[in-house]
Design a protein around this ligand. Structure first.
Ligand code: AMP
Ligand code: ZN
Ligand code: FE
Ligand code: FE
Length: 289
């Protein structure tokens, strides 16, 4: 379907996507989007370039995707991703935590590269790190590219399946932000939070529905339902849960340029859902082209 208007989850080369922020906006226009959100992992470095590129008639939602640790509802913890929108990027506590997370990501990426090099892969940890812009949030897709350059794998998907998953011997953990802290920080910065791909079980362990109810009680505004990693039964379950908990329901592609096979605008959000998020936010305005 062409001309689908609102996609609220997209990455640029400021994190682990392959389009620059300006190229993301061009791609959004080409995909027929009226509204696109920039949601790089743990950084707002692409906001200014994206905002400057917005053409007449398009709107840009400035956001980020935060890596968090959450109770999993089964007595343990797991990683969740929080989409944060329309917050004040200059909020001191948030700025400090994002900076810490970026450093944590780089340390962890180097550790994974070192484990691969020690095992004989033609991956040079210094080269992997030198290719990252200063202070950027390195991620496993960067290591996937190194594995492709080394001829170890042919695609990013193959790299994840064989070497980069949480169960892999090369995988190294990160100390993420406690999810309740992240929700509070974004609320204090005037933003709103949406739980990204909460039931994407193919990626790793996921939370139970009761955890989502708890997060709603802590101020979570929405859940991402229509996501490429959710099948139809999963979407139906999440839709019922969102209705029960009065959460805003979103749909988005999680575009990463050529680092993923999804298309920008492949999944979309209903206009009234975007309006509900915008109404709750006060940290930074929607950019109107
Ligand atoms: P990290 O941020 O280092 O934990 O790496 C996770 C990132 O890799 C997320 O942004 C995912 O979108 C991406 N990712 C996870 N699994 C895959 C996969 N199978 N293929 C491509 N990208 C993936
Ligand atoms: Zn990513
Ligand atoms: Fe994510
Ligand atoms: Fe994402």
């Amino acid at each position: 379907m062409r001309g689908v208007p609102i996609d609220l989850h997209a990455h640029t080369s400021c994190s682990d996507g392959t389009d620059s922020p300006a190229e993301l906006i061009t791609a959004a226009a080409a995909a027929g989007l009226d509204v696109v959100a920039i949601t790089d992992h743990d950084t707002t470095a692409g906001w200014a370039e994206a905002a400057a590129a917005v053409p007449a008639g398009m709107r840009l939602i400035r956001g980020a995707e935060l890596s968090c640790e959450s109770p999993n509802g089964r007595g343990g913890t797991c990683t969740v991703h929080l989409l944060a929108y329309l917050f004040d990027a200059e909020s001191p506590a948030l700025k400090a935590e994002q900076s810490r997370l970026r450093a944590e990501r780089r340390t962890r990426l180097r550790r994974m590269a070192e484990r691969m090099a020690a095992d004989g892969f033609a991956v040079d940890p210094d080269d992997v790190m030198d290719r990252l812009p200063a202070d950027s949030p390195g991620g496993r897709p960067h290591l996937a590219q190194a594995l492709i350059r080394a001829g170890v794998v042919a695609t990013v998907d193959e790299a994840f399946a064989k070497y980069l998953g949480t169960g892999s011997r090369y995988h190294a953990p990160r100390t993420d932000t406690p999810v309740e802290t992240a929700i509070d920080m974004i609320a204090e910065a005037g933003g709103v939070t949406v739980l990204a791909h909460p039931f994407a079980s193919r990626r790793g362990p996921i939370v139970t529905a009761s955890v989502i109810a708890d997060l709603a009680g802590l101020g979570l505004s929405g859940v991402e339902i229509d996501h490429p990693d959710h099948d139809e039964p999963t979407r139906a379950r999440l839709r019922a849960l969102a209705a029960d908990l009065s959460l805003v329901a979103t749909g988005s592609s999680d575009y990463h340029g050529t680092n993923k096979t999804v298309r920008l605008g492949q999944e979309t959000t209903a206009p009234e859902m975007l309006d509900a998020l915008v109404d709750k936010a006060s940290g930074t305005p929607v950019v109107v082209g």
